[in-house]
Design a protein around this ligand. Structure first.
Ligand code: NAI
Length: 517
């Protein structure tokens, strides 16, 4: 276990001439093997193995980290807050099924393991993913944030109706002292049905003043809590898409000018993102809207600030990105994917409005594209399975979201396979661990640097943190690079980047030692 401001003692040390542990850093030298494929005029290809040497440098001190949530008083924000307090205070609570204690199930960093290697007898040795590199412990997060609803966090938790009463009862006092900071509300961006909760607002309509206000909030929170770093995450309502307008949000300078002029197409989430970029605070977008318009991405690159998004990948889409990957790689051809959802929480209410639903529909719809494109034996060029997404608001099911999916597949010799899936669970209990993972991995990326080729100095990774793809429905990647949606590939990327940082080769499943004489 780790605590803020300390160097955690590692569970394992790598014994290799390419790895060095200093008081401050883990330094590794790593050969990145790839294959360069060149297509020939006659349709054949040449595949050439390539090797690039990278050096990695990871700061070992785990900082004191503040997580600021936009939409803190929502179902995700209040559920996550109560859950972290339950861990901090080592609470137990009773339901009709017995005594429960806090866990971090559903968090890939906290509750999953990776195969470190094999022992002398050839048996696999697994370690927690959280022990591969020095990571922040989520129980140590200092929590804060903004909401357009002024209810305190105890009231928000009660409104959310997610956690068991006996747990709510025990964290209620502490949470009643937590009140979200006033936020930015441009009514045109979220559903009209949210208006009655918007009672905690930063006044005025000067968008530059709003950016500066948020910047000050971040600085004040950092100072008041004696934090080394703050990470901001958008878990507020889904906004409509911002229109992409030439001269407004297409370039960094146009975007800045548009903010200066308080242009109507600049969304609240983009204001938060800009404030973070200018503060050098990482910003992650957990909702589907296009917060990161091209001009904003350029600005993040200019400031070398970290950004990540979009849209938490918690339930239906996570299953889809695992199942379609499996089907297509098994040589089975999904021809139709039909997804229904109904939910009764405030997210569902907001999504019952067409323009906000449209953001979600777009985010959910591209998830199988790369897997389909990867198999031209099953799919002709530009051929796609039919893909339909329906979301309905059914208040009485509350946060317990229902997702019904039908996968219709072409199989051997003209046969058909129909797979039907029915998924029920509390939405916020799936999303909260993802928020933890996003913040923990983003924080790590602020301490992990690389050097390759003739670079004189170490550098941070690219501003757009595509390593977060595993937790995101519509992963943002650096401009011009391919999006990977397949869940297993996304997880493998995390695991192998962590391994490279401690100088271990990428995990492969050859198991040669068990297959030869
Ligand atoms: P929620 O509706 O309970 O919470 C959102 C909160 O944001 C509300 O308290 C609202 O008052 C606040 N808000 C709205 N506009 C704001 C602004 N401009 N500034 C500050 N606060 C503002 O929703 P929930 O269930 O917590 O979900 C949050 C977001 O995460 C939604 O956009 C949802 O689509 C997204 N999401 C959730 C998933 C899940 O719960 N499993 C999965 C994927 C995405």
């Amino acid at each position: 276990t780790t605590s803020n401001g300390s160097v955690p003692s590692p569970l394992f040390k790598v014994n290799s001439p390419n790895v060095q542990y200093t008081e401050e850093h883990i330094l590794s030298k790593y050969s990145y093997f790839n294959t360069l494929v060149t297509k020939q005029a006659d349709g054949t290809m040449v595949a050439e193995p390539t090797e690039t040497v990278y050096e990695f440098k990871t700061e070992r001190t785990v900082p004191r980290v503040g997580m600021m949530m936009v939409g803190w008083g929502g179902n995700n924000g209040s559920t996550l807050t109560a859950s972290i307090l339950a861990h901090k205070n080592k609470l137990t609570w009773r339901t009709k099924s017995g005594v429960h204690k806090p866990n971090y199930f559903g968090s890939v960093t906290q509750s999953s393991t990776v195969r470190l290697g094999v022992d002398a007898e050839g048996a696999d040795v697994h370690v927690p993913l959280s022990q591969m590199l020095p990571l922040v412990n989520p129980t140590d997060f200092v929590l804060g944030g903004w909401d357009i609803s002024g209810k305190n966090l105890a009231e928000s938790m009660d409104r959310a109706k997610v956690l068991a009463y006996d747990l709510q009862r025990q964290v209620s006092d502490e949470m009643s002292k937590m009140t979200p900071l006033p936020s930015i509300y441009y009514p045109d961006f979220i559903a009209a049905n949210q208006e009655d909760r918007a009672d905690n607002l930063i006044p005025g309509d000067d968008k530059r003043a709003h950016v500066n206000h948020i910047r000050k909030d971040i600085r004040d929170f950092k100072a008041a809590n004696d934090l080394d770093k703050v990470i901001v995450i958008w878990t507020a309502n889904t906004e409509r898409f911002a229109e992409l307008v030439d001269g407004v949000n297409d370039t960094a300078d146009n975007f800045l000018a548009a903010v200066e002029n308080s242009h109507e197409e600049i969304a609240p989430s983009s204001i938060f993102a800009l404030a973070c970029i200018e503060e050098g605070t990482p910003f992650i977008n957990g909702s589907p809207q296009n917060t990161f318009v091209p001009g904003l991405i350029q600005l993040a690159e200019r400031h070398k600030a970290f950004i990540g998004g979009d849209d938490f990948k918690s339930g239906q889409t996570k299953m889809k990105s695992a199942l379609v990957d499996f089907l297509v790689n098994a040589g089975i051809k999904p021809v139709a994917i039909t997804s229904y959802n109904h939910l009764g929480n405030n997210d569902g209410k907001n999504l019952s409005s067409h323009r906000q639903f449209r953001s979600k529909e777009i985010s959910k719809s591209t998830v199988v594209d790369d897997m389909v494109a990867a198999n031209d034996l099953l799919y002709a060029k530009d051929e796609h399975p039919d893909h339909t997404v329906v979301i309905k608001y059914v208040p009485s099911v509350g946060d317990s979201k229902r997702a019904l999916d039908e996968y219709e597949c072409d199989i051997f010799m003209g046969g058909r396979q129909s797979i039907s899936m029915y998924n029920i669970c509390e939405d916020s209990l799936l999303a909260s661990p993802l928020i933890i993972d996003l913040v923990i991995m983003t924080e790590l990326m602020t301490r992990l640097q690389y050097k390759t080729g003739d670079m004189a100095k170490f550098s941070t990774f690219h501003s757009v943190l595509s390593i977060l793809s595993y937790m995101l429905k519509a992963p943002m990647v650096s401009p011009g690079t391919p999006v990977v949606n397949a869940l297993s590939r996304q997880r493998t990327a995390i695991e192998n980047i962590f391994r490279a940082a401690v100088g271990l080769s990428a995990n492969n499943e050859m198991g040669l030692e068990h297959k030869v004489w």
